[in-house]
Ligand binder design. Structure first.
Ligand code: NDP
Ligand code: 2IT
Length: 449
């Protein structure tokens, strides 16, 4: 490996005892070797050392009162990773596993993903180790208000624009926006995205990440003389990304036979009843297991700790990890290939370990990399920001068409970059190189800051 890359990787690992962050950095740095080799000025300008160091990390206390009158305290974060291309942009994750490593890995990924969209957005991420599961609506509201009491100092439509991620959907964005508006006493619509349609949200934002993933998948399959018609699909997760990925997969003629949550998966050979999954997850906030109440002939398979998540034991040609990071390790990758997988579409951020990515590529399985394939969500967030600035709103069809165009273009970039560097079907490297080129030129142009 290139000396400079190796040194930066070593130093990053030594300085940061953060496994997820180091994994995300290694995945990018190991693939950009040909670009670094060609640009000796990167080393003189400490470009790599700068690109792996967030511009700013804010961490804060979030106290709130639960329904029993007990005071609870959580950690809050916002990582403003890189603002070279535009205001920091990226979601908020509320999940008990959230820590600085996870925030930094997500922020780092976001920088490159946002660059691929071609829209003027830098990269950031935030969240809390707050667990929304089992909380009442009032508890969610009080938590969001307390979180925003601090976050409001650090965000703004030209500074940093948060949105949703795991555990943060329309309800949470509503409470966060309300508290921001009350504190600032101004209607600054573009400070958050993923808003409700009544108060500045964009049509098709809710669907965008899942739809975008399938637009990318369609293009990737087409470039390899394949398509989705008649293919069997399994999806890890049953949240925002998973649901709309499933919807578009069915529209494209595929059959979705399994979806999951962190407890286990449902397997319905007839094809998943998506309207019912939406009702369970978007309205009732129930566990996926409850699918059996209406579909007793479907199977529910519980996850076993330390073993392959149940959803990946089901045979499928197209597999869409849309839950969380490191969902697919090498062992799972081997099982998926053995069971006939031809394509993997990463709806989640970093769902596949580096060893598993390499195994897929070596075995000629097409892999749509997260940074590129799930960029439809943030791209549509940027379209929401445009509409807010113009004080206009586009129709669903207009936004969806722009989203399709953006995803098609992102695939083209990954494909052409892979071709240019003789990388075959390694779209992971294609995406990383294309994104890195853009971020690095913007940083170089702006001097040593
Ligand atoms: P949601 O909160 O709507 O859904 C998350 C889903 O993933 C749930 O089914 C959840 O199950 C499951 N899940 C979460 N954590 C774990 C875990 N540790 N182990 C197993 N399953 C888990 O989130 P989203 O759909 O918005 O996000 C899903 C993924 O997509 C994340 O990786 C996110 O970063 C990524 N993403 C999201 C975008 C967006 O616009 N929302 C854009 C781009 C990427 P359970 O209910 O049991 O926790
Ligand atoms: O990971 C992601 O790209 C998101 N959670 C969406 C971010 C956004 O600002 O819409």
């Amino acid at each position: 490996m290139n000396n400079y890359i190796e040194r930066v990787l070593e130093a990053t690992k030594e300085k940061n005892n953060e496994p997820e962050f180091n994994q995300a950095v290694a995945e990018v740095l190991k693939t950009i070797e040909p670009v670094v080799e060609k640009n000796p000025e990167f080393e003189k300008q400490a470009l790599l050392e700068r690109i792996v160091e967030p511009e700013r990390i804010i961490s804060f206390r979030v106290p709130w009162m639960d329904d029993n009158g007990k005071v609870q305290v959580n950690k809050g974060f916002r990582v403003q990773f890189n603002g070279a291309i535009g205001p920091y942009k990226g979601g908020l994750r509320f999940h008990p596993s959230v820590n600085q490593s996870i925030m930094k890995f997500l922020g780092f990924e976001q920088v490159f993903k946002n660059a691929l969209t071609g829209l003027p957005i830098g990269g950031g991420k935030g969240g809390s180790d707050f667990d929304p599961k089992g909380k009442s609506d009032n508890e969610i509201m009080r938590f969001c208000q307390s979180f925003m009491n601090e976050l409001q100092r650090h965000i703004g439509h030209n500074l940093d624009v948060p949105a949703g991620d795991i555990g943060v959907g329309g309800r949470e964005i509503g409470y966060l926006f309300g508290q921001y508006r009350k504190i600032k006493n101004q209607y600054e619509a573009g400070v958050l995205t993923g808003k409700g349609l009544e108060y500045g949200g964009s049509l098709a934002r809710k669907e965008a990440t899942g739809f975008g993933l399938l637009y990318f998948m369609r293009e990737m399959l087409k470039a390899n003389n394949l398509d989705l018609k008649g293919k069997t699909v399994t999806i890890s997760g049953s949240g925002n990304v998973a649901i709309y990925a499933a919807q578009k997969a069915v529209e494209f003629g595929a059959k979705v036979v399994a979806m999951s949550d962190s407890n286990g998966c449902i397997h319905d050979e007839q094809g998943i009843d998506l309207d019912y999954v939406k009702e369970l997850k978007e309205v009732k906030r129930a566990r996926i297991k409850e699918y059996l109440a209406k579909h007793p002939n479907a199977k529910y398979i519980e996850n076993v700790k330390g073993q392959t998540p149940a959803v990946y034991t089901i045979k499928a040609e197209v597999v869409l990890p849309c839950a969380t990071q490191n969902d697919i390790n090498l062992e799972t990758a081997k099982l998926l290939v053995k069971n006939g997988a031809i394509a993997i579409g990463e709806g989640a951020n970093m769902p596949t370990s580096i060893e598993a990515i390499n195994y897929f590529i070596e075995n000629k399985v097409l892999l749509a990399p997260a940074k590129a394939a799930n960029a439809g969500g943030v791209a549509t967030s940027a379209l929401e920001m445009s509409q807010n600035s113009m004080r206009l709103s586009w129709t669903f069809e207009e936004v969806d068409k722009k989203l399709d165009g953006i995803m098609t273009n992102i695939f083209k970039m990954c494909h052409e970059t892979a071709k240019e560097y003789n990388l075959g079907i390694n779209y992971v490297a294609g995406a990383n190189i294309a994104a890195f080129k853009k971020v690095s030129s913007a940083m170089i142009a702006q001097g040593i800051i």
